[in-house]
Design a binder for this molecule. Structure first.
Ligand SMILES: [Zn+2]
Length: 408
């Protein structure tokens, strides 16, 4: 019932919890076979001393009742790590929660919002962050997520309102996050390639990324045989940004001409224009139809954005032909934002053609990156890059632990 192994339970008692309720306290000790081991390396060591006060660990609730495990802790003298706390079989080193509790919390974090997890388990954000970090450290050590990589996507994800960045590497074939590091720099990316090793870097066939030159530089230095592609997601995002800039410019123009009502109307079209047609609501569709009738430059900008998206869905030889057509259309469209975008796409033409030729689908990578972006916006308790990386690895890197006590 307590979800512990290699543990002797000496007594179980109910005691008042100090808030008018009761809590269950189990007095425990490690079984002889696992006692007196270094918490860091697991080696059996001579005992050093015993704490005068017993310590408590929070366990999983029994029904509605909070559960604590209580034990007298010991320190050991490890030949390698010096005087350290002895390991206990029911909890990870340094934790005030049982392993079963932490695994449950980590599993829940993968399947529910953090606020639900915090309320359900009666814990603080900060505790969740620390648990996730410990669970991920343990599970990451058990699997080699960099094995067998062939096609990867390198991306940057912002947090702290765009002030800081994580560099993430996603496997195109599984959609899993395989590596994450803090800061979007060449140094960070080189660390990924160091972790990957020369031999495995040589087996990479395709690498997709955004337009950042430093990514391209490191890739050609560390994985010269891989085909570098420009992520379709980023190219379409550039077009979406250009469209938004056109809308804002036109609205500002109207305001300057004191046409405030028309300007406000244009401001309200924002979401209708940015959404992909299959996701538009009926009202958003009629907004776009209205723009088609009344605002030719904005509608042209909208069509250019949509056409670019369609090119990446088409891919291949047809996609190449459509791209050439798109660039000449945008060049001549007299919408400055899109004339500039046409120049940008011309500059990246080779990389974009690689994307079209090799049909590198962005869907799986985006299925991972979109939740990651949401995560960085919502994770109030995960302000440090380390805990954010742990959280990303847990939820998107396949490191979610099984629920304790379940075999399937
Ligand atoms: Zn040790």
């Amino acid at each position: 019932m307590l979800g512990v192994e290699h543990t002797v339970i000496e007594s179980v008692e109910l005691e008042p919890d100090g808030r008018g309720g009761e809590q269950l306290v189990a007095r425990v000790r490690p079984k002889a076979g696992v006692a007196s081991r270094c918490a860091r390396c697991g080696q059996r060591c001579p005992g050093y001393d015993t704490a005068s006060e017993p310590r408590r660990w929070r366990g999983l609730d029994l029904g509605t009742t909070p559960v604590y495990l209580q034990a007298t802790t010991q320190r050991v003298r490890c030949p390698e790590h010096g005087v350290v706390a002895a390991a206990v079989p029911w909890a990870r080193a340094g934790s005030r929660f049982t392993t079963a509790f932490e695994d449950t919390a980590a599993w829940l974090v993968c399947h529910a919002t953090l606020s639900v997890v915090a309320v359900l388990l009666r814990i603080a954000w900060r505790s969740v962050a620390a648990m996730v970090t410990r669970v991920v450290a343990e599970r990451a050590g058990q699997t080699d997520r960099l094995a067998g990589l062939r096609r990867i996507g390198i991306d940057e994800i912002s947090y702290r309102k765009g002030q800081r960045y994580l560099l993430v590497v996603v496997d195109h074939d599984t959609g899993r996050l395989v590596w994450a590091g803090k800061d979007r720099t060449a140094v960070t990316l080189r660390r990924f390639f160091d972790d990957l090793g020369v031999e495995r870097a040589g087996q990479l066939t395709h690498i997709s990324a955004d337009g950042a030159e430093w990514i391209h530089a490191v890739v050609s230095e560390r994985a010269p045989r891989a085909v570098l592609c420009l992520d379709a997601f980023h190219v379409v995002a550039w077009a979406t940004k250009a469209l938004d800039a056109v809308r804002r410019r036109l609205a500002a123009q109207l305001r300057a001409e004191s046409q405030h009502e028309a300007a406000a109307e244009l401001t309200n079209t924002r979401w209708a224009l940015l959404k992909n047609p299959p996701n538009q609501s009926g009202a958003q569709r009629s907004t776009v139809a209205g723009i088609a009738r009344t605002n030719k430059p904005l509608y042209t900008a909208y069509l250019l954005k949509e056409q670019l998206r369609a090119i990446f869905e088409t891919k291949g030889r047809t996609g190449r032909a459509l791209l050439a057509g798109w660039i000449s259309w945008a060049r001549r469209c007299r919408i400055p934002e899109f004339v500039t975008l046409a120049q940008t796409l011309t500059r990246y033409r080779t990389l974009i053609l690689n994307t079209l030729d090799h049909a590198l689908s962005n869907a799986r990578v985006e299925a991972t990156n979109t939740p990651l972006r949401l995560l960085t916006r919502r994770s109030y308790g995960f302000h440090s890059p380390e805990s954010l990386i742990a959280m990303a690895n847990l939820t998107r890197g396949g490191l979610c632990p099984p629920l304790p006590g379940r075999t399937a």
